[in-house]
Design a protein around this ligand. Sequence first.
Ligand code: MG
Length: 262
Amino acid sequence: MRICRFSHGEEVSFGVLDNLDDQGEITDNSIIAILKGHPFGEPDPDGRVIAASAVKLLAPILPSKIIGIGKNYADHAAEMKSELPAEPLMFLKPSTAVIGPGEVITLPNQSSMVHHEAELAVVIGRFCKDVPRDRVSEVILGFTCANDVSARDVQESDVQWSRAKGFDTFCPLGPWIETDLDPSDLAVTAYVGDDLRQSGNTKNMIFSAVDLVSFVSHQMTLLPGDVILTGTPAGVGPIVSGDEVEVAIEGIGSLVNTVQRA
Ligand code: MG
């Protein structure tokens, strides 16, 4: 099931998206069954079905917090000239960094080197704490694409990463949440324009998505809608004003954003 969040007329709703084409794209035949209220638990449709082509997709979730994981692919740790972490390396991105598909990544004036980072994002579905690995599937709503946009020059000058990864618009999410997906073997790619920049696979994560949900839940309570970014494979690089950047993940879809200087 694909859960999307969208605006239609004066309303913002969650819905279940169906009838995509063979490439997983929305066409004139695609439909959305509108849900009552929130997307957690058993989906509760309100009876209305509308054309997906008539709505504007928004970020599929508004998390209370976004937990990032650094250096979770060996090839990316190598390109950053970093040691592999012995435990997941956590950081937080503010909720105010979230934007949706089609929205603009704004390059802040504090940075002259902003990078894309294509990542699988886990969306939490239940209030949870201290989740053992064998129960992680019970607390996951689904998966979406994320771009952990990072001001690399700021990251290198600060001791920690709140500023570098916390600017407004630095957490594109979308285009929707796929609820039926095994996260252990998925191609993760990033394109800037037609240029393939990142081509990885979640099977090369140091700590799996399941490991990460369990680990993070032992540090802090997770709330429905919280997002865990699972790290990026090699190939990170600059985005500049006028670029179009696409994060695509096998089994989910493609998240496209444009880039503008503030
Ligand atoms: Mg990252």
